[in-house]
Design a protein around this ligand. Structure first.
Ligand code: IVH
Length: 684
């Protein structure tokens, strides 16, 4: 390709990618598959690398990040970033409306919007291109976080249509719950403290110095306010709809309300419905729609008089904490758990709540017999937020943290700089052994579903499995007729687990099928400390086989992208232990995948011939969706873009696009999981 051809193709790819982004984020109607999209982006990146003179700062390739910023530049806002008056009281919303009516001498039209719980951002567009993204800061001066904001795919880098030459648009950068859960899980796996809520995670991510990491975090953005010296329309609602046509992501969840009753309908509707949203909101924002009205109402020093935020109360109750129990996890970490007198909170009965670690107990200053406040805000997991001091008995003593493992009595240890105590007896402490076995068979690891529901406990109690490779030595004769009755505990009823013919056949079949599980998941299944799904996938794709990984030294490991010293040390220590080497050899003998098998779409079979398959959603690790798509073609199938009547089925990961899901349901097209898909191809 010569220079001219490259320049033309770069332009063509840029336009195409922007159109597909718009289809996906604004119209919610993708027309090509994620795989095809990634291919276009890859081609663009490769061409820009070869012909760097054609790389534009607005190229969609800038979204993958890679720039490292040592310090964010502070810049002045053109228009100050005001905040909103807010209230938890419906009465105050009425007072606000009365004031508005009195000033305007008429009932205005209102626009109700969701109050996104994230980080405010101001985006400056000049001649249709994003030139600057600035955080709120103190309202007058914020941080220039443009490099990071460019990685958010729902924020257009270039606009379409008839937009004003210069304007600022403001909105909220949020972290959807699915991204938040994945991030926190990864953080726990590598020993980093989890973020308390999606808002903190979004704020932390926006200030990261490595924009490639920001790109990975899955941030999103909703825009809700435009500012310019002159705007083409005369009201807020129509302006936002116009902004949508320029390529901005504007929420569908807003309403024009003719009176206060309609405003309260919106508030009440979302108070419940917000639980179903894939992101957190903390209230509703009520704005006077007409710009003329807004101008008459004006501003106070801090906020507009034409808008108010009504905030939902996080539900909180006080209950008796009758004790703290201590749980030992698969990696030996000891977690204190508050045992509570059951209380009803936001739709569920809460009996227990994690206290996380000794430092948290200390900072809450929990004493014996205390009443504590339990809260369930946007988060699903209840949280203890404080002690009800009015109910504390005089002389109540602090609750000491245990010094020995509650399961095997080994003295507990704590690593310098870490909050958690752990039991170092990993080879002899029962919950650690059972935890490792359970982790091995879990869904994202080897996915041996037929071993779930307490069967591991039976196998452990009979002494049939101690290490993960023991699963592959089980035979029909070993298993048939095993039976155990477990008494009721605080969490579960008494139960009997018995291994009849069908159960045993299913178990053996499940174990056999697990031999097809790809190497990245096998590596994750080994349960090496700090090696979560993403890290396992990174390592597997870097080294390609267990043998090569085993040869890697600490120095080599830390050179691998995203592998820090802590992970490298854990790998070197764990993988070379004689018991681990024995496990690896036994897995190899059993036929478990210890290397990456060809990822190129070479022909493997034709059981999917004539079928059109759509792969959608998030499959845990970034490379995983690509692998699934490659399997589709390797087995003779065709990859579909959007769901339509020609689609044979959809392989769905987490967070499948809502438009695709709805379409599939409408057309009665089967939606299957990754594991069902793998079973489908391996059984044939
Ligand atoms: S309008 C001049 N609309 O809430 C008024 N703000 O507590 C501009 N927020 O500073 C703000 N959702 O960061 C507006 N739909 C929405 C919002 C929203 C969330 C944030 C924003 C604001 C804060 C006020």
């Amino acid at each position: 390709m010569n220079r001219e051809q490259a320049q033309a193709r770069i332009k063509e790819l840029t336009d195409l990618i922007e159109q597909h982004n718009y289809n996906y984020y604004v119209l919610n109607q993708p027309v090509i598959s994620d795989y095809e999209f990634d291919k276009l982006l890859e081609e663009l990146i490769a061409l820009e690398k070869e012909f760097p003179e054609f790389l534009s700062p607005h190229s969609p390739s800038q979204r993958v990040g890679g720039q490292v910023t040592s310090e964010f530049r502070a810049v002045n806002h053109r228009y100050p970033m005001l905040s909103l008056g807010n209230t938890y009281s419906e009465g105050e919303v009425r007072d606000f409306a009365n004031r508005v009516r009195k000033t305007l001498e008429e009932e205005p039209e209102y626009v109700c919007e969701l109050k996104y719980d994230g980080v405010a951002i101001s985006l400056l567009y000049e001649n249709g291109v994003l030139v600057r993204a600035v955080t709120r800061g103190d309202g007058n001066r914020g941080d220039d976080v443009t490099v990071n904001v460019k990685t958010i795919r729902s924020i257009p880098l270039r606009l379409r249509g008839n937009y004003p030459a210069v304007f600022e648009i403001r909105g909220e950068i949020i972290m959807p719950r699915a991204s938040f859960d994945r991030l926190n899980q990864e953080r726990e796996e590598i020993g980093e403290p989890p973020f308390a809520n999606p808002r903190n995670a979004a704020a932390g991510s926006l200030k990261l110095q490595d924009s490639a990491e920001v790109a990975r975090r899955g941030l999103d953005c909703f825009l809700y306010y435009l500012m310019a010296d002159e705007l083409p329309l005369d009201n807020h609602y129509d302006t936002l709809q116009a902004a949508r046509s320029w390529g901005f992501r504007i929420s569908d969840y807003m309403a024009r309300c003719r009176n206060l009753d309609e405003v309260f309908d919106f508030i009440h509707e979302w108070e419940k419905a917000r639980e179903e949203l894939p992101f957190d909101i903390d209230g509703v924002v009520i704005k006077v729609n007409s710009f003329k009205h807004q101008q008459i109402l004006g501003y106070t020093a801090k906020s507009p008089r034409w808008a108010i935020a009504y905030k939902y109360k996080p539900e909180s109750v006080s209950t008796w904490l009758f004790g703290i129990t201590f749980q030992v996890g698969r990696t030996g970490t000891v977690t204190p758990v508050a045992e509570l007198e059951p209380v009803f909170l936001s739709g569920t009965t809460v009996k227990r709540a994690s206290l996380h670690n000794a430092d948290i107990i200390k900072s809450l200053d929990i004493r014996e017999g205390d009443f504590v406040f339990v809260e369930k805000g946007g988060e699903i997991i209840p949280k203890i937020t404080g002690v009800d001091l009015s109910k504390r008995s005089p002389g109540a003593q602090p609750i000491p943290f245990i010094t020995h493992c509650p399961e095997c009595n080994t003295p507990l240890m704590r690593n310098p700089g870490e909050a958690a105590y752990y039991c170092p007896n990993d080879s002899g402490c029962p919950p650690q052994i059972k935890g490792r076995l359970e982790h091995f068979i879990s869904r994202k690891a080897m996915n041996i579903e037929s071993l779930g529901e307490g069967k591991i406990e039976v196998l452990y109690d009979y002494g049939l499995v101690r290490k993960v490779s023991d699963f592959y030595k089980l035979t029909y004769d070993n298993l048939i007729g095993l039976q155990k009755t477990y008494p009721a505990t605080g969490d579960s009823l008494a139960r009997t687990v018995s291994f009849r013919e069908k159960t045993v056949e299913n178990i053996l079949k499940g174990i056999e099928l697990s031999k097809q599980v790809p190497f990245p998941r096998v590596l994750y299944a080994l349960g090496i400390r700090y090696v979560g799904e993403t890290i396992a996938s990174k390592l597997a794709h870097h080294y390609l086989s267990m043998d090569k990984l085993l040869k890697a030294t600490f120095e080599e490991l830390v050179m691998v992208d995203e592998i820090g010293e802590k992970i490298a040390q854990s790998l070197v220590q764990t993988l070379h232990r004689p018991d681990m080497l024995e496990i690896i050899e036994e897995l190899r003998t059993a036929g478990v995948q210890l290397e990456i098998t060809s990822v190129k779409p070479e022909k493997k079979g034709d059981i999917l011939a004539g079928k059109t398959i759509v792969v959608s959603g998030d499959f845990g690790a970034p490379q995983r969706r690509k692998e699934i798509e490659e399997l589709v073609t390797a087995y003779g199938g065709k990859l579909g873009s959007g769901v339509n009547s020609k689609t044979s089925f959809v392989v769905a990961g987490l967070n499948m696009g809502p438009a695709k899901k709805e379409k599939a349901i409408q057309l009665g097209i089967p939606v299957i999981t990754e594991d069902e898909f793998l079973k489908m191809i391996s059984e044939n």
